[in-house]
Design a protein around this ligand. Structure first.
Ligand code: CAA
Length: 380
């Protein structure tokens, strides 16, 4: 068993760390306050290859492994989880979904631009009344021969207002339940496609989250992904990989909060000494670091599974379940270590605590991860 990273993996991790410190840190509080989308930063991440990391170079990607991707996700998330969710959706849901299941024409037309960061993608499954219960969606795509007519509303869509291409999951034949669902590529600006208002969120406030409204949108048949009825499997398989990215985001939030708590505890004095010299604080750091390391092992194992071609439904779900809990616990403790300053925006930890919560909700709540894990355990 080799726990060492390769030279290439260390290089990409260090590049992401430098980028996060020099490019993401300076404006992160302002973007959070103003709910300002990181347009410039996303452009630079595209230039660095962070938006299509695992895509084959022949489609403009970096051809890297999943371990490299989670290392980058962790480093970006230590500083700015709003930026890292944009990276995560574009890489693991949109680019992966298209590369793995799209046609050659779809890859040429859409994937290359997404992988190179020229265009941004969104993944649209959730609905006002169907978040966890993904088969109960109401959006319809009616087959009209050479095209489909799409109607319905999607909710809580990351990159909802800023994306150029949208992967939309819709019901074509309700009778067939999950086997009557399809996935489509929709372009911004198509007639009948409207972007709803931006959500005012607790955390990841720099990312834009919108509802999307489809009113008789005409979708050419060549924009369906896979065979008729493949949409639900497409969504499930794509989300399995997406969960590894969000697990890495949670890991990064926890690690970022821990780093801040550790540094603060070495300079802040109370009762005549730096607070790290009090066991009340030192033991907190020990617990925080131990849980972060445990989460890191689960995240790396899931990424490794994906790279090895092993099934990663369960390992990805376990990584997300555990790392998101660690992100919550560690960020709350990091605020506590900071005392009153922890409650003040300029110390950054209150933002990390707010950002942590979403990792227990999106790409499947913690309860959904437990369904995936327990079904895996009890199969056969
Ligand atoms: N791979 C392949 N097929 C899968 C699968 C997987 N990982 N998981 C399920 N399936 C298949 C099953 O085999 C079954 O097919 P058959 O009947 O042909 O065997 C079919 O899908 C239905 O499966 P279930 O009966 O298990 O379906 P279910 O209705 O009980 O739901 C669920 C399963 C795991 C709860 C699923 O609905 C789920 O994952 N829900 C959560 C959805 C989610 O994560 N939403 C997040 C939105 S995206 C987002 O947040 C992005 C963003 O913007 C950040």
């Amino acid at each position: 068993m080799d726990f060492n990273l390769s030279e290439e993996q260390m290089m990409i991790r260090d590049a992401a760390r430098d980028f996060a410190r020099t490019e993401l840190l300076p404006g992160v509080i302002e973007r959070d306050n103003l709910q300002k989308f990181p347009t410039e930063q996303v452009k630079k991440m595209g230039e660095l290859g962070f938006l299509g990391m695992m895509v084959d170079p022949k489609y403009g990607g970096g051809g890297m492994d999943t371990v490299s991707y989670v290392l980058v996700m962790e480093e970006l998330s230590k500083i700015d989880a709003s930026c890292s969710v944009i990276v995560s959706v574009n890489n693991s849901l949109v680019c992966y979904g298209l590369e793995k299941y799209g046609s050659e024409d779809q890859k040429q037309k859409y994937l290359t631009k997404l992988a190179m960061g020229e265009k941004l993608g969104a993944f649209c499954l959730s609905e006002p009344e169907a978040g966890s219960d993904a088969t109960s969606q109401k959006t319809t795509a009616i087959d009209k021969g050479d095209h489909y007519i799409l109607n319905g509303t999607k909710n809580w869509i990351t990159n909802g207002g800023t994306a150029d291409y949208y992967l939309v999951i819709a019901q074509t034949d309700r009778e067939k339940k999950h086997k009557g669902i399809n996935a489509f590529i929709i372009e911004k600006g198509w007639e009948g496609f409207e972007i709803g208002p931006k959500e005012d969120k607790l955390g990841i406030r720099g990312s834009d989250t919108h509802s999307l409204i489809f009113n008789d949108v005409k979708v050419p048949k060549e924009n369906r992904i896979g065979e008729d009825g493949f949409g639900f499997t497409f969504a499930m398989k794509t989300l399995s990989g997406g969960r590894i990215g969000i697990a890495a985001q949670a890991l990064g939030i926890a690690a970022g909060a821990y780093d801040l708590a550790r540094e603060y505890s070495k300079v802040r004095k109370a009762f005549g000494t730096e607070i790290c010299n009090h066991q009340a604080i030192a033991f907190k750091l020990a617990d925080m670091y131990t849980s972060i390391e445990a989460a890191r092992h689960l995240v790396m194992k899931a990424a490794w599974d994906k790279d090895q071609g092993n099934n990663y439904d369960m390992s990805g779900a376990m990584a997300k379940l555990y790392a998101s809990q660690v992100a919550m616990d560690v960020s709350v403790e990091a605020v506590q270590v900071h005392g009153g300053n922890g409650y003040v925006k300029e110390y950054h930890v209150e933002r990390l605590m707010r950002d942590a919560k979403i990792t227990q909700i999106y790409e499947g709540t913690s309860e959904i991860q437990k369904i995936v894990i327990s079904r895996g355990l009890l199969r056969d």
